[in-house]
Design a protein around this ligand. Structure first.
Ligand code: GLN
Length: 331
């Protein structure tokens, strides 16, 4: 390797090294690591192939490449991951958000009443003032049709996200539903700290409250019986399956966030009675579970008295999410 290390040379060297170390996507890893080391976007890397790396950038890149070569997940090295419409920070000790959990959030959101147009428009306008979203067209004056409703403040929707981890679910729900107030809990201090940091970094800490505790034990008692939605991605990998998971997961991600007991449903058995008490009549839950146990989980939910029990498939067409409603007071 010559004294000058251009972006192209660094990229080629990193791809070759990671390939030899058994990385399944060496080029993608190399792009992300180089991008993180230089502060350039992945596109900018290709536009600046001849640019030399500074000595500091070389050192940083070498450290990253050694970690990736030892099998550490890319997201722990870059420190962040895209999740639906937001980017969340991730750190060792806390589970990395997965694409299937984006499906869980879709389903959870679909169980909430939609935000009235006026509230949604206000949220857009606020974001636009901060330089974010496009402002809705003022000529499209559909809001005036809603004027009588708009005078009554829309009620907040109460959501609990149990085993929040990075907070990706809680933050996405608050980001995508302007009326959602989310209490996010986790038993692991690193997760509580990370979820709080994510809520703050996304400007959602007024609507995402992160609390330390086991499942629902720390949810304020005034919310019990009043929740509109309970959502959770609990540890659900059956213990026997855990023995065979890829080393990249087993060696680096927290076992506590994965191990769901012999059939993967240990936590579900605790969640169901809690939801029975904590949801308001007509409130709903959405849980991510292990693909091999959704039928059993649905049967447990029905036995516990829940209605509209549904199994939803993930993007890989595997059964993944269980949703249901608590009976309405008058049904
Ligand atoms: N989807 C994760 C995996 O397969 C499991 C997450 C969990 O147990 N909540 O690695």
């Amino acid at each position: 390797m010559s004294d000058v290390w251009t972006i192209k040379a660094a990229l080629d060297w990193t791809v070759g090294y990671l390939e030899r170390k058994g990385d399944e996507n060496p080029r993608i890893s190399a792009q992300w690591l180089l991008s993180e080391a230089t502060g350039l976007s992945r596109i900018e890397l290709y536009a600046n192939f001849d640019q030399p790396l500074s000595l500091d950038e070389r050192d940083v890149l070498r450290g990253f490449v050694a970690r990736r070569g030892a099998g550490e997940p890319l997201q722990y090295i870059t420190g962040e991951v895209g999740f639906r419409h937001i980017t969340v920070q991730v750190r060792p000790g806390v589970l990395i958000p997965r694409p299937e959990t984006e499906v869980l959030v879709s389903e959870a959101l679909s169980l909430l009443p939609p935000a009235p147009k006026r509230v949604a428009a206000d949220a857009w306008a606020e974001e636009a003032l901060e330089g974010g979203a496009a402002v809705p067209d003022p000529a499209d004056d559909t809001a005036s049709e809603d004027a009588p409703d708009a005078q009554v403040p829309a009620p907040e929707l109460l959501v609990a996200d149990l085993c929040t981890g990075s907070g990706c679910i809680a933050c996405s729900i608050a980001f995508e539903h302007p009326l959602a107030h989310v209490v996010a809990t986790d038993i692991v201090p690193e997760a509580v700290a990370l979820a709080s940091d994510n809520a703050r970094a996304l400007g959602l800490d007024d609507r995402v409250e992160v609390l330390a505790g086991d499942l629902g034990e720390c949810v304020p008692s005034c919310m019990i019986g009043a929740l509109d939605l309970v959502v959770s991605n609990p540890p659900y990998v059956p213990t026997a399956v855990l023995a065979d998971i890829p080393r990249e997961v087993a060696d680096f991600e927290p076992e506590l966030a994965l191990d769901g007991g012999s059939d993967g449903l240990d936590v579900l058995r605790r969640l169901l009675p809690w939801c029975g008490a904590a949801l308001k009549p007509g409130g709903a839950f959405a849980f991510e579970l292990h693909e091999g146990h959704l039928d059993e989980a649905a049967a447990l939910a029905r036995e516990a008295g829940f209605q509209d029990v549904r199994i939803v498939h993930d993007l890989a067409q595997r059964p993944r999410v269980l949703t249901a409603r608590k009976a309405d007071a008058c049904s």
